[in-house]
Design a binder for this molecule. Sequence first.
Ligand code: CTP
Length: 416
Amino acid sequence: MMTPITLLEKRRIVLGVTGSIAAYKAADLASKLTQAGALVDVIMTDAAQRFIAPLTFQALTGRAVYTDLWRMDASAGLPTHIAHVGLAEGAAALLIAPASADAIARIAHGFASDLLSITALAARCPVVIAPAMDGSMYENEAVQTNLALLRQRGVLVIEPEEGRFASGLTGRGRLPETAALISALRYALGRSGALSKRRIIVTAGGTREAIDPVRYLTNRSSGKQGYALAHACLDAGADVVLITAARGLEAPFGAQIVSVDSAKQMHDAVLSAAAGADALIMAAAVADFRPASAAEQKIKKLEQADAPTLILERTPDILTAVHDRRQITGYPRVVVGFAAESRNIREYARDKLERKGLDLIVANDITASDAGFDTDTNRATIYDRGGGEEFLGLTSKARISEAIIARVAALLAEKG
Ligand code: CTP
């Protein structure tokens, strides 16, 4: 299930599907884009229809599917009755996935002999292309030269993945998963947003504090809220540095990813990225305590008379270190903290806002089963320095992120 994404809601996305065995994956893409709120107009080339039927897309999008340049059909409510101009007109983006070598060549060279090529010629919106073909074809200079030409013209090309092909061969040329394609589309759509040219650091996930080379202490944070925040920043056009201790989550397209393990590593990464940053959003669940010393070798059961006793020490408080630095440099210009509490939420949150010198703090009640760790939803309240409170009832982590980012954008706009 895909949650609605404001950037995609009610936006018309033209999805071009071309002749590749990966065409079946475009059905999932069309479905997820529709679930996210987009109005998806699918154009299929003749070759695409040999792999998958137009009816599949029609059923998934609830909209007409375009297969024929010569059919004059005004029934789909296009801005003009001429489909080849109408489809591009007013579209938020043109996404071609999968893009075959043939489609790439046609578009790179300005062909106008099929509906998809013509739509690409007429498009004034961002164009995103996801090549998918056998590895040897993808490496071919003709394909690479055509892609370079498209990149030069501002087309966003999504690099295919390495893996096994239907032919049984392996190489680079596989269509990335739907989540990665949607992430790239969001990136292309968001570039001119309210946070365009702003540099934002987001932290995510629970840190791991080593006991020995195989064991560690960690917490229940999944990193989902932090990743949703990184996505929301990218949707608003920001340049994002995502400092993450999370595992197994899809990296948001276009974010600079810094992977860390421990609180100390996260501390160092945040402080080095903070210089000159517009905002820091500290969504990570940083360990407060770590083993005072990590054993260099695995602790062996047989060498211990009893179970070992763990002596813990405090980790550095990252937000406090950032606050000290900020008082001298003025950066990051806006700092947002999080508070996961099981009682006295308002009181603890306001105390942290003060103590850590934050502009905003986002607090949630971790005792609720539909909020907090590893859920896709959350219930949060944003507290600000002026005493204001914004309660965001039970909603998706994506929506909560959008609300936080809107506040960050407003604070940055105030600061000029
Ligand atoms: N945080 C931090 N460095 C730490 C611990 C936490 O920067 N070593 C940040 C978190 O990322 C979060 C905020 O501080 O944005 C609040 O974290 P929380 O664990 O709720 O607060 P603590 O300061 O640890 O206070 P307490 O243990 O009293 O709840």
